[in-house]
Design a protein around this ligand. Structure first.
Ligand code: FRU
Length: 508
């Protein structure tokens, strides 16, 4: 009898512990492929970041969200909040489809002067400006099914009310008429809307967010036009005391490595028109997996960019089960003068330090034979940061791999002067024919010195090279986590300093 009880208890214990082990993959935010230092929705489909605005110590991130499934569907605005842009808390869904249609992409502003009149009892309104997309009009073959609408919040972004006078900007008959980004143009005390209008940008202005006047158009003959223009942004940045304007324009398809990507123009904006300083095509991020990137509003001189870490070519087929797609890390933007060209550089925000864990350092390592960092420091965690400084740049390669011989390669090719990420043998690649590939990006500076920061997070890598002049984001889906990390070089490179930093998960 006693023996049977013991066996029963043992059996219970085995079955309980087995269940715990089997379930660990389904603990919220700890499933297979779940990013640990990037925002992703707890469940369901997500695309573009929307309404990014900083207010009262909180960074708001709204996003294109379909709470009914893991593929794109009737669009809502999901909502998340953060105090440091690294740790996120998903909030109740902010905006639901209505009689004017789905809630497509847009922006949000702090209407401090209550120009809209939505403020009440001294409460400052947050105002969201978004596209109402009418699917019935689209199906009926109309051209004017996208119009711009407003919603406002008087409780710091928690709950939202749609404006009864929607839409506030009517479509003049342009099929793609969407993704309004609104900024306060202080010198003329007016709002400026940057709107994606098919193959160009249209600027509008308004005293009160409710009535809009067309100012000008930009870009029919400039920039990359492999696809439709979407999700623009207009920001000012200083370079050595001189003010420039940067116009960000997302394009899909037509990116440098196929599919969707973010281009930018540097120029001047006078409140009415944007004039670029040159005619070159430039990219914020050359990797396959950054799209719809825009910046936070109300952050003063600091400009912080965040994109959707996916690509319309396969975003609906990536092998995650409970949710689909994450955001990139937030990135600080800066302008740099490189041999007379004004270029945008981006680097992870310094707040990322909030998740720094243990770190390991090496100096002056000559990479002759393959150097295994995982043999030196132990099996790699799922998320970490690798920083390397090189005084005499030569070809090198960083490889992440597992026991199934699946690998992700990141490197620099000195002959071609290109950085690259190769996910050809990275694991699951067959879910879409455009997923597998080797992606390249130019080195934009001509100096023997180089630095590179690589942020790995379970199923993504972001590469920031040469102080953020060349950036690439790329997702991957191995059949077993990459526990090995190795450096190789065909030209015997010396890494003058190398720092490997474990990153702590942002999820409980
Ligand atoms: C860009 C985009 C936007 C649109 C939204 C719809 O990814 O196509 O132009 O507003 O997604 O979800």
């Amino acid at each position: 009898m006693q023996k049977i009880t013991k066996l029963f208890i043992l059996g219970l214990f085995v079955s309980v512990s087995f269940k715990v082990a089997a379930q660990s993959d389904t603990i919220p935010y700890h499933e297979d492929y779940r990013p640990q230092v990037h925002f992703s929705p707890e469940a369901h489909w997500m695309n573009d970041p929307n309404g990014m605005v900083y207010y009262n110590g909180i960074y708001h991130l709204f996003f294109q969200y379909y709470p009914g499934g893991t593929t794109w569907g009737p669009m809502h605005w999901g909502h998340a909040e953060s105090r440091d842009m690294i740790h996120w808390k998903q909030m109740p869904t902010a905006l639901y489809p209505d009689s004017l249609g789905y809630i497509f992409s847009g922006s949000a502003v702090v209407d401090s002067n209550n120009t809209s009149g939505f403020g009440k009892d001294g409460k400052t309104p947050l105002v969201a400006i978004f596209t109402s997309h009418d699917p019935k009009g689209e199906r009926a073959g109309k051209n004017d099914f996208q119009n711009e609408s407003l919603a406002y919040s008087l409780d710091n972004g928690t709950t939202w009310k749609k404006y009864s006078g929607n839409p506030v900007l009517k479509n003049p008959g342009i099929r793609d008429f969407r993704d309004p980004k609104v900024n306060w143009y202080a010198s003329e005390r007016k709002w400026v809307m940057t709107l994606a209008t098919q193959n160009h940008i249209t600027f509008y202005s308004s005293p009160d967010l409710k009535t809009w006047t067309k100012e000008s158009e930009f870009g029919r003959q400039l920039g990359a036009h492999g696809g439709v223009w979407e999700c623009p942004d207009l920001i000012s940045l200083e370079l050595n005391g001189e003010k420039f304007w940067v116009l960000i324009v997302n394009v899909n398809p037509g990116g440098p490595n196929g599919g969707s990507a973010t281009q930018y123009f540097v120029g001047q904006f006078n409140g009415n028109t944007f004039t670029p300083v040159d005619n070159e095509i430039k990219w914020v991020d050359y990797g396959p997996d950054e799209y719809a990137g825009v910046t936070w509003g109300n952050t003063g001189a600091r400009k912080i960019f965040l994109g959707w870490m996916s690509n319309w070519e396969y975003s609906g087929q990536v092998p995650t089960i409970k949710w689909r797609n994450a955001m990139t890390l937030p990135r600080d933007l800066k302008l740099k003068n490189i041999n007379g060209k004004i270029l945008l550089a981006s680097e992870p925000v310094s707040e990322l330090k909030n998740v720094y864990g243990k770190s390991y350092t090496l100096t002056d390592v000559k990479v002759l034979q393959p150097l295994s960092l995982s043999n030196k420091f132990g099996a790699m965690p799922r998320q970490y940061l690798l920083k390397m400084n090189i005084r005499q740049l030569k070809s090198y390669q960083v490889s992440l791999s597992n026991s199934k011989n699946e690998e992700l390669l990141i490197g620099y090719d000195s002959k071609k002067e290109q950085y690259y990420i190769d996910r050809t043998k990275s694991g699951k690649v067959d879910f879409n024919q455009n997923f597998s590939g080797r992606f390249v990006a130019p080195r934009l500076i001509n100096s023997p010195k180089s630095d590179i920061t690589i942020v790995v997070d379970n199923s993504s890598v972001e590469l920031f090279a040469d102080d953020g002049l060349t950036v690439m984001s790329c997702v991957f889906f191995p059949n077993e986590p990459y526990r090995k990390l190795q450096l190789t070089s065909s030209e015997t490179v010396t890494i003058n300093s190398l720092r490997l930093i474990d990153l702590k998960s942002i999820w409980p």
